[in-house]
Design a protein around this ligand. Structure first.
Ligand code: AMP
Length: 330
């Protein structure tokens, strides 16, 4: 099922203990699209400024991503984000966020982008996410990511956007911030209860989306500790792939989402079971592990399908253990 994604398309300035880049291609929609492009056709929706280079668009085009709904705003400035990481790469400081062309942007999706059956609302102002959601009323699977900034300054708009999706993907700290619940599982259960409280029943194929319903799938990203999946049926968690060297975690969450949503989109005939979601988690985790090996999009740009398959297999091997019944001392 083709995927449409809306979210930031950015220039990032990033400093980590291992180096820095002053102006590199970034943005949530970009990281997502590159990862998801290994699984399905991807169309990116969003504005860029006059300063955005053709070379950056070519990075997406080379992966077969449809960029025809990326609108270049005359006289506008591309979204810009500056962040810095310390030795603990799990926490970072945002030094600047300049919305630029996203301020006042009104998305008008082409017929092609509206026809996608899968929609990813990557991190950006929640009202913009809702506007795009409204233009794909028939989408079969809709997922949303956000961040602490929008929980802080646009909470009501974010809650409204979340009510229109099937799957919420957030950092664990943001899940707790959003729900006021002290731990991950209770926070995720709280979000799932919003759907249970609504009158909308899930469709038989489990893929139909739910404007007014709310998520039936919650994914908590936990940085270098991996990701957890909570659904009405169960719980699953994977560690991050163990890396000896992490250079730049920027975009890991969006790359995870691209692998996760991309894998689901590539299985249109399978019901949205926990079994499918677990495999999707493994693919998201594998993709994210490549992203952190180099700055920005540098590693994923030259990633191959074989490398992804191999890493998913390694992840499977390191997360299995055998049942070994032992009579315990009473
Ligand atoms: P991640 O590391 O997965 O959380 O995503 C990092 C990407 O998110 C960077 O490439 C930034 O350009 C983008 N980003 C940072 N802050 C925001 C924001 N407030 N809204 C949208 N995108 C953002």
């Amino acid at each position: 099922m083709p995927i449409t994604v809306v979210g930031s398309i950015a220039y990032d300035a990033v400093k980590t203990p291992f180096g820095e880049r002053e102006r590199m291609l970034g943005g949530a929609a970009v990281h997502f699209a590159l990862a998801a492009s290994f699984f399905e056709e991807v169309r990116v929706v969003g504005p860029v400024g006059e300063d955005f280079g053709e070379g950056e668009l070519d990075v997406l085009r080379r992966r077969g991503v449809d960029v025809s709904d990326i609108e270049r705003i005359a006289g506008g400035k591309t979204f810009f984000w500056r962040g810095e990481y310390g030795w603990d790469l799990n926490s970072r400081e945002t030094l600047a966020t300049e919305l630029g062309v996203f301020e006042g942007f009104q998305p008008k999706l082409s017929a092609g982008s509206r026809a996608s059956e899968v929609l990813f609302l990557a991190n950006i102002q929640p009202d913009l996410q809702s506007e795009v959601r409204a233009q794909l009323p028939e989408a079969r699977f809709v997922a949303l990511d956000s961040m602490n900034l929008w929980i802080d300054i646009a909470r009501d708009a974010l809650l409204e956007a979340i009510r229109g999706v099937d799957c919420l993907i957030l950092n664990d700290a943001e899940l707790r911030q959003l729900t006021g619940k002290p731990n991950l599982v209770s926070a995720a259960r709280e979000i799932l209860s919003w759907r249970e409280a609504s009158s909308e029943a899930p469709a038989a194929d489990g893929h139909a989306s739910s404007p007014g319903g709310g998520p039936s799938v919650v994914v908590a990203k936990q940085g270098e500790y991996g990701a957890a999946l909570v659904t009405t049926d169960g719980f699953f968690a994977l560690p991050a792939y163990p890396m000896e060297s992490v250079i730049d975690p920027t975009g890991a969450g969006d790359t995870f989402a691209g692998g996760f949503v991309g894998y689901i989109a590539a299985h249109p005939d399978e019901p949205l079971s926990d079994e499918l979601l677990r495999r999707a988690m493994a693919h998201g985790t594998a993709l994210a592990s490549f992203n952190v090996e180099e700055f920005g999009t540098e590693r994923v740009e030259r990633l191959t399908g074989d490398e992804i398959h191999a890493r998913v297999e390694e992840l499977r091997a390191i997360t299995q253990f055998s049942g070994a019944p032992l009579t315990l001392r009473g």
